[in-house]
Design a protein around this ligand. Structure first.
Ligand SMILES: Nc1ncnc2c1ncn2[C@@H]1O[C@H](COP(=O)(O)OP(=O)(O)OP(=O)(O)O)[C@@H](O)[C@H]1O
Ligand SMILES: [Mg+2]
Length: 204
């Protein structure tokens, strides 16, 4: 898709790693510094995003391949109708999850990662994609979801492993999120300010 001017930041991590909390805090802090900042998330608020949210809420289980395709369709909508328009207005856009989550979650369920990448080949590259790393036990303890915890724990462990592979491949920037909220906040903020400054210098 077409180029843009704003700054695009992605926050990734397993369930309970702190993505939503830190995405919101980050935008709040950036606004205090005078930046225009917008929060967004996947699944999006579009038609397919709502379908995906309903699916997870009702715990219906569809095949991970179909999930991959639906997430990709939702992502296309998210980029075209939410992310790009906000970036064109020079906003900083913080997305709680992006295609890395498809690679990690559908990959953990056995879908071929190359195929997931192919299906998502339209994505625009973020300026920074932070991975909040927390061991699965600790992350699940934070959200205390009762749902067959063992099964969930198993999946989240596999998901974490794929996220860590993406860190090794330098697609994601590692951040130890098994620290106090203030600590994690500060580290995210510093990484983001560095990215914004670097981008501004390039444009001068
Ligand atoms: N560093 C931290 N230390 C302790 N608790 C934290 C930390 N970060 C987040 N939390 C708490 O953990 C819970 C989960 O955080 P949050 O909802 O942001 O996770 P998430 O990654 O968005 O999860 P999900 O993928 O399920 O949406 C919240 O109650 C939040 O306040
Ligand atoms: Mg969340």
């Amino acid at each position: 898709m077409e180029p843009r001017d704003g700054v695009f930041i992605v926050i990734e991590g397993i369930d309970g790693s702190g993505k939503t909390l830190h995405s919101r805090n980050l935008c709040f802090q950036l606004r205090k510094k005078g930046f225009v900042c917008k929060n967004t998330a996947e699944p999006s608020k579009g038609l397919i995003g709502r379908l995906l949210r309903d699916e997870f809420l009702s715990r219906r289980k569809i095949s991970p391949e179909i999930e991959t395709l639906l997430f990709a369709a939702d992502r296309f909508h998210h980029i075209k109708y939410d992310i790009l328009p906000m970036l064109r207005k020079n906003s900083i856009v913080i997305s709680d999850r992006y295609h890395y989550a498809s690679i990690a979650y559908q990959g953990a369920q056995g879908v071929d990662i190359k195929w997931i990448r192919n299906v998502n080949n339209f994505v625009i590259k973020p300026d920074l994609a932070i991975y909040l790393d927390v061991p699965a036990e600790i992350a699940l303890d934070r959200i205390r979801r009762t749902k067959s915890l063992m099964e969930k724990l198993d999946l989240e462990k596999k998901v974490r492993k794929i996220y860590l592979d993406l860190v090794k491949e330098k697609e994601l920037t590692y951040l130890d999120a098994n620290k106090s909220i203030d600590n994690v906040n500060e580290e995210i903020f510093n990484l983001v300010i560095k990215t914004i400054t670097k981008k501004q210098k390039k444009e001068m």
